[in-house]
Design a protein around this ligand. Structure first.
Ligand code: ADP
Ligand code: MG
Length: 351
């Protein structure tokens, strides 16, 4: 009771709702990079270049040679929940693309100055468009361009001073960006990948088209790590689990002790699964010296009908049906690869 009167309830304006959502989806520059890389892959790109200024806070620019965007779609491009990838809720069950919510570009346009240059194969010229808070600023202008899309986000979080102040070090943010690009390059060796700081002559990531996961690990991590990797051959789990795994892991004597030795893709999406990570690390603790950690790159495919990708806007931690059985099956597959390597080694020793 007392004298305090309740305030009246009002609906937030769409603009406020969208700004709050943007901040939830784009925590830091590396989140934006992941979304933009996935869009490029969804567009069928075989060349993806990332150009970064000040850890992405000044500029994030992703250039791809994918199918581009139709001129007619440019007005809707950055509107929230506008997507070319999903129509019905049921489509989520058979989703083959990374995106589905139509939230990434919208979010980025709410917290940066966003410019898009795009050209489809059928277009005779490219189109340049600028966006602010989900909306096209002016009519797109014709411009010279290669087939594909260039997305430039400048001054990320310029309108969110608190968020912006939370980033102490541009080089920290750049390291996170490199980590994301590196992992996508390992998982998508068919495409060529470049990641560099603007103005720097030497890229930090540079791979060629039609490479392999192992060759890219040699290039982007170390050749000695790649040389000791064991293949976890493509393994189909019990039919009711509707899942399979494939990957490359360091051997039981590995002294790989750097960060970033954990790469998990589920249905081609870089995700976290605390359960899988814990279980695999548990498997290695029996072998590895203290302080050493394994290098693990695993690609799981799970029947899309059994994965809940709709769990969180950042789509990072993924949950799926039969989780415990699938975790066990993944551990067994990795264990088998490690045991096989041990068996062949003791065999060599004996002869
Ligand atoms: P989503 O990927 O969930 O659909 P986004 O906001 O990431 O949502 O992208 C919105 C739409 O913009 C996509 O559905 C796609 O049609 C188009 N798009 C975004 N990036 C690209 C790109 N690099 N090349 C071609 N089309 C793109
Ligand atoms: Mg997307």
């Amino acid at each position: 009771g007392g004298t305090v009167q309740p305030k009246s309830i009002r609906k937030l304006t769409e603009d406020v709702v969208n700004r709050i959502a943007a901040a939830e989806i784009i925590h830091r520059p590396a989140n934006a990079v992941k979304e933009l890389l996935e869009n490029a892959l969804d567009a069928g790109a075989t060349s993806i270049r990332v150009n970064v200024k000040e850890g992405g806070l000044k500029l994030l620019q992703i250039t791809d040679n994918g199918h581009g965007i139709n001129r007619a779609d440019l007005p809707l491009l950055c509107e929230r929940y506008a997507t070319s990838k999903l129509q019905k809720f049921e489509d989520l069950q058979s989703l083959a693309t990374y995106g589905f919510r139509g939230e990434a570009l919208a979010s980025i346009s709410y917290c940066s100055h966003l410019e898009v240059i795009t050209k489809t194969h059928a277009d005779s010229c490219g189109w340049k468009a600028q966006y602010d808070s989900g909306a096209l600023k002016d009519d797109p202008r014709p411009t010279a361009a290669n087939d594909g899309t260039v997305i430039s986000a400048e001054d990320l979080f310029y309108n969110m001073p608190l968020r912006k102040r939370a980033f102490r070090s541009a080089s920290d943010e750049y390291t996170r960006i490199l980590d994301v690009v590196t992992k996508y390059a390992v998982h998508n060796p068919q495409a060529s990948w470049v990641c560099k700081k603007a103005g720097s002559a030497l890229p930090d990531v540079s791979t060629s088209v039609d490479s392999t996961a192992r060759a890219n690990i040699a290039l982007l991590y170390t050749p000695s790590l790649a040389a000791e990797l064991l293949e976890v051959p493509l393994t189909h789990f019990a039919p009711k689990l509707g899942a399979s795994c494939h990957g490359w892991v360091s051997n039981a004597n590995s002294n790989w002790a750097r960060n970033g030795g954990w790469i998990l893709f589920i249905n081609n999406r870089l995700v976290e699964s605390t359960k899988i990570k814990k279980a695999i690390h548990g498997l290695y603790t029996a072998f590895l010296a203290k302080g050493a950690s394994p290098f693990v790159y695993l690609s799981l495919h799970i029947d899309p009908a059994k994965v809940d990708v709709n769990v969180h806007p950042t789509k990072s931690e993924v949950h799926f049906l039969h989780e415990d059985e699938i975790v066990d099956a993944v551990v067994a597959a990795v264990d088998k690869a490690l045991a096989g390597a041990n068996a062949s080694r003791s065999f060599t020793v004996q002869t």
